[in-house]
Design a protein around this ligand. Structure first.
Ligand SMILES: [Zn+2]
Length: 342
């Protein structure tokens, strides 16, 4: 009764570490996790779980398998029972896709999210608008609160997801489809109110994704930068809020969601300027990694980071460095290209 596509989906959604750690206390060891084997008696851990392979293996008794076989073995369930268990707990596939004879149809199937192109606007003060390209073409100035400005504009689709990063190192998630289509002439939704932020918490960055691909770059006042796999923000359960979403060791200066590596212009408060290629940073899966030193600052602090595009700097070779960290170079008036606005 469970077709192969559904089984594949359950396997793809199940996180072996989450599944096993419901029954066994796992400790991280390198890229894997280990524990004393739940299937035989032992004092030193020989039971290893590989999150990348989605498998477990005991080097003592030889037992091994995937998330579903683990539940079968450990809980004495049949294959179908274990599949259902994993699906229910971790996969959350749609009711309409998973049908078991005898199941009470007590839940309405998820409504299909209508998918169509939208333009998203997010302002410095935390206002959000979703506008269709048609409505946008009809014109009209963007209404904004006095002193506010558009921080990000993203062309995407109504089926995408939103991640709002805050100044308290948290992420609030929402679906684009949670918001109504609107028009340029209104202020839009105030995100901290709409998503129930903590008191005094402000949204600092909006990431938009359909598949959690790419990376997040975090630049900190102390000259460090962290590159975190976007997949680290994907959750099996539809969690609305993630804690410790990035490092709190130093104030965050800028956040970027990137699909491909590129150059970033870093400027310190003493006008020192550095061009950093994000390819030099090794991606991490730990969200709140403090990152690596990219700019040597001594008593100074990193103040501003923008994606670099040709024309921002004259003599841009002066600001590239063969290795990181680097102090960068002083930005002289003649280095400022026509398009540099900092
Ligand atoms: Zn064992």
């Amino acid at each position: 009764m469970i077709d192969k596509a559904t089984v594949d989906r359950i396997y793809a959604a199940a996180d072996i570490v989450e599944v096993v750690s419901d029954f066994v206390s796992l400790r991280k060891k390198g890229v894997n996790y280990q524990a004393c084997c739940p299937f035989h008696n032992e004092k030193t851990p020989s039971f290893v779980v590989s999150p990348t392979k989605g498998l477990y293996k005991c080097f003592g008794c030889g037992k091994g398998g995937n998330a579903v076989t683990f539940v079968m073995e450990h809980e004495g369930m049949s294959y179908v029972e274990a599949l259902k268990y994993v699906a229910k707990k971790y996969g959350q596939p749609r009711k309409t896709q998973l049908y078991y004879p005898g199941d009470e149809d007590d839940e309405a199937p998820d409504e299909e999210v209508p998918d169509y192109p939208v333009n998203l606007f997010f302002t410095g003060e935390g206002y959000f608008k979703k506008i269709t390209p048609l409505s946008l073409r009809m014109g009209g100035a963007q209404k904004l609160k006095e002193g506010d400005s558009i921080a990000r504009e993203v062309e995407t689709s109504n089926a995408a997801q939103l991640l709002f990063f805050t100044d308290k190192q948290q992420v609030y998630k929402a679906d684009v489809s949670d918001f109504a289509d609107t028009k340029a002439s209104v202020l839009g939704d105030f995100i901290p109110a709409k998503l129930g932020f903590d008191d005094g918490e402000a949204a600092t960055y909006m990431a938009v994704t359909r598949d959690y691909s790419g990376y997040l770059l975090f630049f900190f006042e102390n000259g460090k930068a962290a590159k975190v796999d976007m997949k680290s923000y994907e959750t099996k359960q539809k969690r609305k809020k993630l804690l410790a979403a990035y490092s709190d060791k130093s104030p965050c200066v800028a956040i970027f969601h990137i699909d491909a590596d590129g150059e970033f212009l870093l400027r310190a408060n003493n006008e020192k300027t550095l061009l950093l290629h994000s390819g030099a940073l090794i991606p991490k899966t730990t969200k709140n990694t403090q990152g690596v030193q990219v700019m040597t600052l001594r008593k100074n602090r990193l103040e501003r980071v923008v994606p670099y595009t040709a024309g921002m700097l004259e003599n841009d070779h002066r600001f590239r460095s063969k290795s990181i960290p680097s102090a960068g170079a002083s930005l002289k008036p003649e280095d400022k290209g026509e398009q540099l606005r900092l």
